[in-house]
Design a protein around this ligand. Structure first.
Ligand SMILES: Cc1ncc(COP(=O)(O)O)c(C=O)c1O
Length: 396
């Protein structure tokens, strides 16, 4: 076989390989693993969305290529209405929106649409690896802004060197944030819009967790900020909102040039999502409310955070996302060692913060998704096992 493209040499190895190995070995020993590793909703897609898909599959119009300009019209229209209802922002369906095959696809192809050799993407560290890996594969460079607790896990815009800003084309942010569970403020978005306007950078906001929120919190969006549409594109996904990760459906909204540039690349790569999936997605956005699912996550969050706090592991309760971001509770272990020990001694899988970037060292990520959980009881069991592992130092 010919040698694969050298662009693969530019991307780092899979960082969770070690944890996967320890997990596999524990499973082989018969350990009953509680896997708080990946954040894939365990609750099924709501029945009305399944019913809408079944109806849409019988519509023979959906069996053909979607030849629309920006995505199945009912889906784009439902997404525009949903955006207006949720964030109070009007979007022009013809120029300010396009459908994507999951937000990962859109976020990745945006890098391929803009980045040439020598161009920079500014990316969060820790962060979702798609921004970095696609920038690097496209031949570009990344500047990683550390997200630190003292800055509420927001990038410090004043610390970005001017020569990097000059060479940057994209600035990826993600709020609510995976993995830190941090949320953005309207003031941060105002500053980010001003920064990107000054340096002619496209601000890319990954909002995969926009509506995965708790305690009544409502996430702001960059397009609510004055001038947001001049410099920003935002990605939304039905994956986490409606437990539809396998369906591969989302949309981009924002600056018309950015949308048409992304669409131009997509027109040369994909032929859009299956129309029936898009129609079911339209039904979801128009009619389905995700509060029952959010109540399940919120209960799990409370059982986990309150239970661990009682053990002396004080963890802030996230306002959003499927994740709890916790400082490693011991001085004598890095995050990877702590996670390995937790699998060995408690059969509980969590993810080292360093797996999402070196600035994540010192933290671990626990997911609120867990197949087989009934009424939060597996989370109670996880806390019990963590207690029995003896890995949490006694309170002083
Ligand atoms: C931060 C973030 N962005 C984007 C995605 C991709 O979501 P999807 O492609 O399913 O829309 C994920 C999935 O885990 C994520 O965590």
């Amino acid at each position: 076989m010919p040698k694969p493209s050298s662009r693969f040499d530019r991307i780092p190895p899979y960082l969770f390989a070690e944890i996967s190995r320890v997990k596999r070995e524990a499973k082989a020993r018969g350990v009953d693993i509680i896997d708080l590793g990946i954040g894939d909703p365990d609750i099924p897609t709501p029945q009305p969305i399944l019913d809408a898909l079944k109806t849409a599959v019988d519509n023979k119009e959906t069996h053909r290529y979607d030849e629309s300009a920006r995505g199945w019209p009912e889906f784009i229209s439902a997404a525009a209405d949903w955006y207006q209802r949720t964030f109070g922002v009007e979007l022009d369906q013809a120029s300010e929106m396009c459908q994507v095959i999951g937000s990962k696809e859109g976020l990745a192809h945006l890098a391929w649409s803009y980045i040439d050799a020598g161009d920079y993407s500014i990316i969060p560290n820790p962060g979702y690896p798609v921004y970095k890996n696609n920038t690097l594969m496209a031949g570009g460079e990344v500047y990683e802004t550390p997200l630190l607790a003292e800055n509420a896990f927001l990038p410090d815009l004043t610390a970005i060197p001017t020569d990097v800003a000059k060479k940057a084309k994209l600035f990826y942010v993600c709020y609510p944030h995976n993995p830190t569970a941090a949320v953005a403020t309207p003031e941060f978005y105002q500053d980010a819009v001003a920064f990107c306007r000054e340096h002619d950078i496209l601000l890319v906001n990954d909002m995969a967790y926009a509506t995965v929120t708790y305690d009544g919190f409502k996430s702001p969006t960059v397009l609510q900020v004055e001038g947001g549409k001049d410099v920003a594109i935002e990605f939304h996904s039905l994956s986490k909102m409606y437990n539809m990760t396998g369906w591969r459906l989302g949309f981009a909204a924002g600056n018309p040039d950015a949308i048409s540039t992304l669409q131009r690349l997509k027109d040369n790569i994909d032929s859009k999502q299956f129309g029936a999936v898009a129609l079911a997605g339209a039904h979801a956005l128009n009619h389905v409310d995700n509060s029952a699912t959010m109540a399940i996550y919120e209960k799990r969050r409370d059982l986990l955070c309150d239970g661990l706090r009682e053990l002396g592991w004080d963890i802030p309760k996230p306002k959003a996302t499927l994740f709890v971001w916790a400082p490693v509770p011991r001085d004598d272990m890095d995050s990877a060692t702590f996670c390995r020990e937790l699998i060995e001694k408690a059969g509980v899988v969590i993810i080292p913060g360093s797996g999402s970037g070196d600035a994540g060292e010192g933290y671990v990520r626990m997911s609120l998704t867990l197949p087989g959980d009934v009424d939060g009881q597996r989370f109670v069991e996880a806390v019990k096992r963590i207690k029995e592992s003896g890995l949490i130092p006694a309170r002083v």
